[in-house]
Write a protein that binds this ligand. Structure first.
Ligand code: V0D
Length: 256
């Protein structure tokens, strides 16, 4: 009776056909995505890794548009981790040109679509050309009221937590805080996501089942959805499937 166990398989988890409309009421308010598999996508096609990054960049537009349309409030994208500096210099240089390439085409559309661009991560070590482009995007969209598009750039969760702990320690030392004030709400308020709610749903593409130092604190209660699809092949349909699975999990386990 293999079918008996099939409910444990992610591929069988979607309860309805792809045409089933998603329930507007239960759209996850914050979706976080680890956009993995770009290098592998390129390798499979006999292309250089950077071709995969370029292709992966095109997917972001589609998902941003769909998320905004569905009423998702925050979309967090893991673009560049603190560990990514270990990659070959040519690849790192290419990656760090992507924000400006993306924004030179997309920023006018993001402004038009009322999207707010935000950044989380360390600005240290980022080249000026990258910083200039992303700062301009944050600045020119800060009065928008639609989807928050939160790019994790030079981000690592343990780094984020370490920095928060340092600032908390300084505030205790300065007498601004007492150790009795330290609880999970206070810690959240010292993280780079202090203005954002925690993610409801984490999506990771390309078959790796791990967090890779992404939003460790914030993902404590989130639903996780993993797929073997490589990021350049990820589509609106996959995004909707993830949301449908999320909604179905809520229906089965949420009423206790
Ligand atoms: C490569 C797949 C957009 C993942 C997507 C520097 C890896 C394409 C941005 C971007 C990257 C970042 C900030 C911003 C606007 C756009 C981006 C990086 C990599 C790392 F404000 N795509 N993208 N940044 N890739």
């Amino acid at each position: 009776m293999l079918e008996k166990f099939s409910k444990w398989k992610a591929s069988k988890e979607s309860p309805a056909s792809p045409s089933t409309p998603i329930e507007q009421m239960k759209v996850p308010k914050h979706v976080a995505i680890i956009m993995d598999g770009n290098g592998r996508w390129a390798k499979n096609k006999g292309l250089p890794r950077v071709a995969g990054h370029r292709e992966g960049m095109k997917v972001i537009n589609k998902i941003v548009r769909k998320a905004n349309e569905l009423g998702v409030e925050v979309l967090s994208l893991y673009a560049f981790s603190t560990e990514n500096w270990k990659r070959p210099k040519t690849e790192v240089d290419f990656l760090l040109r992507l924000p400006e390439r993306f924004l030179s085409i997309e920023l006018p559309k993001l402004i038009e679509e009322n999207v707010q661009v935000r950044l989380m991560g360390s600005t240290e070590n980022l080249p000026d050309h990258t910083l200039k482009a992303v700062t301009k995007a944050v600045e020119s969209t800060k009065n928008n009221t639609g989807l928050i598009l939160n790019f994790a750039l030079n981000y690592g969760s343990r780094y984020e937590i370490s920095e928060a702990v340092k600032r908390i320690a300084r505030d205790v030392e300065a007498g601004v805080l007492s150790d009795a004030d330290i609880d999970d709400e206070l810690i959240s308020s010292y993280l780079m996501t202090s203005e954002l709610r925690d993610p409801d749903l984490l999506i990771r593409t390309s078959g790796e089942i791990r967090l890779s130092n992404f939003m460790l604190w914030q993902l404590a209660y989130s639903e996780f959805w993993f797929t073997d699809i490589l990021w350049p092949d990820f589509s609106e349909e996959h995004f909707i499937e993830a949301i449908r699975v999320y909604q179905n999990r809520g229906r089965r386990y949420g009423g206790v």
